[in-house]
Design a protein. Sequence first.
Length: 202
Amino acid sequence: MKIIARGAEAILLRKKESLLKKRVKKSYRHPLLDSSLRKSRTRREARILNKISNIVAVPKVLTSNEETIEMEFLNGKLLSSYLDSFNSKQRKKVSQDIGKTVAKLHAANIIHGDLTTSNMILKDKLYFIDFGLSFHSTKVEDKAVDIHLLKEALNSKHFKISDNLFKEFTKSYSKHYNEGKKVLSRLEVVEKRGRYKRKSML
Ligand SMILES: Nc1ncnc2c1ncn2[C@@H]1O[C@H](COP(=O)(O)OP(=O)(O)OP(=O)(O)O)[C@@H](O)[C@H]1O
Ligand SMILES: [Mg+2]
């Protein structure tokens, strides 16, 4: 077995065609809280992955227990590492795919909770991973915050191209989700609030 990544929460090991995501102990957390957080996030991630596998492309869950999920290993390109090197046509396609995928999730009332390009893998199609912070919600606000996080992630990681990426994303998102326009106008409110908060902290 080979360690392929160490995330903020988990250690990821490759075992032939599968990947083990094991949530490790965090010594800065109280042991009881730590154990309950690891269990609940693992359970939540496995449950959501199974639930949405027929809605969007996600790795197949093979087995799971309290702190480990064994899932299909996606031998593709992690978007955080490759997006900047794509040509404009490829970027456009990927942004549209992100828009369509988030649209489908939100139409199913699933909030991803950590929409960054290190949680997206391009293989035969675009896959989303890392559903440990995901939850069910019908609220426009939760969907707008989900997109706000994506926008911030694009701005910080892909700052040279983020405006174009986000423009294509929003077009596709509203095309594939009939409540999409409502969510995007709430996003403006969320952003204004953020600016106000930042100003008042100065
Ligand atoms: N099914 C998979 N197939 C291939 N690679 C994967 C898979 N799942 C995770 N990875 C790789 O491991 C990394 C970390 O996985 P994941 O995002 O699920 O965990 P995390 O602890 O939340 O990490 P982070 O703190 O980086 O978000 C991913 O960015 C990706 O490179
Ligand atoms: Mg991640």
